[in-house]
Design a protein around this ligand. Structure first.
Ligand code: PHE
Length: 442
């Protein structure tokens, strides 16, 4: 199996997976809805206390097996009893991708619209109408989601060290530079300091049990845990790569990007008298409206949505890679093994179908396509965050904590800490509480 060729390549590819719409789209609006600084502290605490051991754990499972998520659990444990984890991982990436590509398509569409100056002179009301008209228009959304799928597939067409690694080494530094420049620009706007205060002042009266759960869910989602991405990338790690330091560096990068996204959004929103509590519309309605007041609206808006596209595509690449590696690995044991190119085509076609169904269901063109009374876009989002990611993370923690012989981890600096406290007890108990709460049992 081909591997990444450098340690920095692994780090940037993993950070590319983690930094995505979660950090740049979800993080600011969830912070906005939950009162700012106190939520951020919770998010950071969840990422360090629960996220870090889970990230290390998944990297380690992949690295020890040197295989894809399909056979990693079997190879590491030496039994077939954990094969269900592989299928949970597969189901989870399939579900995430069926809405993630839709939003990636929105980002591409908005970047194109911004570059062609469509938003010039539009106020917040006009932009809201524009966004909702777009959200109801299936053909355009299908075209843009398909463009996102084809772009992702064309990177995966190459071996991991030539496609994912090379691209991450170019795009991730670019993403950081643009984020830092935009954050500096926004923070120095007149009135920008109000946004900064909102972001960093902690009002603990806003913290309820629901908010704690939301912080944990967001932290798992942004760190890409529980879905097999880190297991797959762990399988591509060079032998001498240290799991602990790579995991810490990856988490620090994600936290920095999320905070930078907050430092772009809130100063801008407050400087021009908008509200930060607009929910998911914050990025696609409020921000373009805010940018219209700035020195160079077309450029700022285009750069911002370009940045979102880069962040989103490096994440879709990681998810699709889980499926491609899975398919190659699973079929290698059959009479009809699929090579990488064939797997990429099969998975891309599956994605085009699931995304089209998702878009038809969310635009009201296929009312029969609903799960639990919600359209496919909303239900996939809920099922992933509330059910599949917690099960995937819980399963991986229990797997390492209780079932894998300790000798397998010998020689790794993380073993005793991982085994005895966090993965055995803390993570499982915390996830069970989230889960019971989300299904309203407690
Ligand atoms: N971490 C990504 C984000 O924040 C989403 C993601 C989840 C990517 C799971 C891969 C796997 O947008």
């Amino acid at each position: 199996m081909k591997s990444f060729s450098s340690k920095i390549g692994v780090l940037l590819a993993a950070a590319g997976s983690a930094v995505g719409l979660g950090s740049i789209w979800k993080f600011p609006y969830i912070v906005g809805e939950n009162g700012g600084g106190a939520f951020i502290l919770l998010y950071i605490a969840c990422s360090l206390i629960f996220g870090l051991p889970l990230v290390m754990n998944e990297f380690l499972i992949g690295k020890l097996s040197g295989r894809s998520a399909y056979s990693a659990y079997r190879v590491v444990s030496g039994t077939n009893r954990w094969q269900w984890m592989a299928w949970i991982n597969l189901l989870c990436v399939l579900a995430i991708m069926s809405f993630y590509f839709v939003v990636t398509g929105w980002c591409i569409y908005y970047m194109v619209e911004a570059a062609s100056n469509t938003f010039a002179g539009m106020d917040a009301e006009a932009l809201k109408a524009h966004f909702h008209a777009f959200e109801g228009h299936a053909p355009v959304m299908i075209i843009y989601a398909t463009i996102a799928i084809v772009m992702t597939a064309s990177v995966l067409w190459f071996d991991v060290n030539k496609g994912i690694e090379r691209l991450s080494k170019i795009l991730m530094p670019l993403l950081f530079i643009i984020l830092i420049l935009m954050a500096i620009h926004m923070v120095f706007l007149d009135g920008g300091s109000i946004g900064l205060r909102y972001l960093f002042e902690a009002d603990f009266s806003k913290i309820t049990s629901k908010v704690v759960l939301q912080a944990m869910g967001l932290s798992f989602f942004t760190l890409s845990v529980g879905v097999g991405v880190l297991v797959t990338y762990g399988g591509y790690m060079p032998k001498d790569q240290e799991v602990t330091s790579t995991s810490i560096q990856m988490i620090v990068l994600v936290l920095i990007v999320s905070l930078l996204a907050g430092m772009i959004v809130f100063p801008a929103v407050f400087a021009y008298g908008f509200s930060p509590t607009e929910g998911p519309d914050l990025t696609f309605v409020t921000l373009p409206a805010v940018f219209q007041h700035m020195f160079s609206p077309t450029l700022t808006c285009t750069v911002f949505f370009g940045l979102m596209c880069v962040a989103a595509i490096t994440s879709t690449i990681s998810m699709m890679e889980v499926m491609v590696a899975f398919l190659c690995d699973a079929t290698s044991e059959t009479k009809r093994p699929l090579n990488r190119h064939q797997s990429v085509v099969v998975i891309a076609v599956i994605q085009i179908i699931t995304n089209t169904l998702c878009i038809l269901s969310m635009t009201g063109n296929a009312d029969w396509l609903s799960v639990m009374g919600q359209n496919l876009f909303d239900s996939a989002n809920t099922i992933v965050t509330d059910i599949l990611i917690p099960i995937g993370a819980l399963g991986a923690a229990l797997f390492t904590g209780w079932f894998v012989p300790k000798t397998r981890y010998q020689g790794s600096r993380v073993s005793s800490f991982l085994y005895l406290v966090v993965l055995r007890w803390l993570v499982p108990i915390a996830i069970c509480i989230i889960f019971l709460d989300s299904v309203n049992i407690i």
